[in-house]
Design a protein around this ligand. Structure first.
Ligand code: NAG
Ligand code: NAG
Ligand code: NAG
Length: 457
């Protein structure tokens, strides 16, 4: 019954974007996450079960903590605040907030941030792309991570009629709100602040819990309370669907999830980046994230399992995967593991081998993919792409070219429809490897959770 519900739901969601994604025999691809400092920390990952990281001093978000404030920065990277600490992105360790926002301390004993939001209104050049922080009765405005001259100011001066000691704040541009607005939360009082006219409308969000932080992400609105969250309609405060949900399941990358976590629901809807993705000759897609992988069959059935259960030798956290000739080639750190595509996935004798021996270049690898029935693995490493002719031994990585269109890449796959490149929770489509490498401008962005896995919320 549960499985059926997933299938129905997926079909509905996919009908929106059917042509683009239902490509039987779709690609052979892969990837990982390279140069993102806080990102790929195997050692720390195993520590999560032990909770607080004393050596480092910061809180551990995988233990289920209530955040004080949340916002995205001007590049769309999420920032979560807890006490003196900031968490950047959806995983990694806590850092001292004053390392990034130094002056928060000079003017005020930091301790905690009440609320934060990103003002992103191009019509408001004096406030555009500012991150505002609220501490007690003061507001701080940061532009490119520097405190603006004249700040901190009193909240009553900058946002008249908005109370002190806020709980949460979130930006709400037109048309998601009727006017370009900021929504402020204090207890169960809700204030819609019109950025242009400075008018304030008080609202009642009847079905919403009191938010301790609020967050706009991919045009959706989330109210966090405890370590749960509810998605809400910013105009009315209505909550549709089954909420609250566990924040760790969607907005954090943790090695362990609660017993009652719905693995399929979580993995298809998670906003956390993928490590690697590929599809086999039969058109089954395999997507890897941390300790789990999600398989989408050619008939669109989704299943989720731990990497450990199917690819025991790999354990978790792959860097790149491509499929070729009935096998999944999985790369982790400096090793390549080759598994048979069919179940059970058995490791081919002689593997793991070093990346150097198997592909002719040194690991770690960012992503790798093979297009249709070609015999070339396209291997991304840092900002370069190499070709590895798979029918030739010993293998050599040749034809090194820079990839300039992305600052970082998480995963990539290829199929008859072309190359899909995954960055964070978005993917980008290119007609061919050549088009991808030559590209100077980002093509249209697509949502991974919605358009690849049919998560509609
Ligand atoms: C940053 O905050 C920590 C903890 O509150 C404090 O010990 C440290 O001195 C601060 N650093 C700066 C540069 O203000
Ligand atoms: C929400 O905030 C109001 C104050 O505005 C308070 O009276 C109420 O108890 C709070 N509700 C919860 C569940 O904490
Ligand atoms: C989809 O295909 C898989 C095998 O690839 C099979 O196990 C499953 O039963 C199929 N589901 C449906 C609904 O046809």
């Amino acid at each position: 019954m549960k499985l059926l519900a997933h299938i129905l739901c997926l079909c509905l969601a996919l009908s929106l974007s059917w042509a683009d994604h239902h490509e039987p025999g779709q690609g052979h691809g892969s990837s990982k996450h390279p140069d993102h400092g806080h990102d790929h920390d195997h050692a720390h990952d195993h520590d999560h079960a032990h909770g607080h990281d004393h050596a480092h001093g910061g809180p551990d978000r995988c233990r289920g903590i209530e955040m004080d404030a949340a916002t995205v920065n001007e590049e769309g990277i999420p920032y979560f605040f807890k006490g003196d600490y900031i968490f950047k992105g959806f995983h990694g360790k806590a850092e001292l907030a004053n390392k990034t926002f130094a002056e928060l301390d000079d003017h005020h004993h930091l301790g905690h941030v009440d609320a934060a939001f990103l003002m992103h209104y191009e019509d408001e050049p004096t406030h555009h792309d500012r991150i505002f922080f609220f501490l007690d009765n003061h507001v701080f405005s940061y532009y490119k991570h520097k405190l603006e001259v004249g700040y901190p100011k009193l909240i009553s001066e900058v946002f008249p009629k908005i109370p002190d000691h806020l709980d949460a704040a979130v930006e709400c541009p037109n048309p998601e709100c009727d006017e370009d607005s900021v929504i402020f939360f204090k207890g169960n009082d809700i204030y819609h602040y019109n950025v242009k006219t400075k008018e304030v409308t008080e609202k009642e969000f009847k079905n919403m819990p009191n938010c301790t932080s609020a967050f706009r992400f991919m045009e959706h609105y989330y109210c966090f309370h405890g370590h749960s969250f509810s998605k809400f309609d910013p105009k009315t405060g209505e909550v549709h669907g089954k909420y609250p949900k566990e924040a760790r399941d969607y907005f954090m990358r943790c090695s362990k999830f609660s017993e009652d976590s719905d693995h399929v629901e979580r993995e298809r809807c998670s906003r956390v980046h993928l490590d690697a993705i590929t599809s086999d000759d039969a058109g089954n897609i395999y997507a890897f994230r941390s300790h789990h992988f999600l398989r989408k069959d050619a008939n669109d059935t989704l299943t989720v399992d731990t990497i450990e259960s199917d690819f025991k030798e790999l354990h978790s956290e792959v860097d790149a995967v491509f499929s070729y000739d009935g096998h999944l080639h999985m790369i982790k750190d400096n090793q390549v593991y080759v598994y048979k595509t069919g179940e059970p996935h058995t490791l081919v004798a002689g593997y793991p081998k070093s990346v150097k021996e198997d592909l002719g270049l040194d690991g770690p690898i960012t992503a790798a993919f093979v297009c249709e029935d070609h015999h070339i693995a396209h291997v991304l490493k840092g900002h370069d792409i190499y070709d590895v002719e798979l029918k030739v031994t010993p293998r050599a990585a040749t034809n090194k070219r820079p990839v300039s269109v992305f600052k970082k890449i998480d995963a990539a796959m290829c199929g008859p429809g072309g190359v899909k490149v995954i960055v964070g929770n978005h993917f980008y489509h290119f007609a061919s490897t050549m088009a991808f490498v030559a590209s100077k401008a980002l093509p249209e962005e697509h949502k991974v959770s919605l358009e690849l896995f049919g998560c509609d919320h």
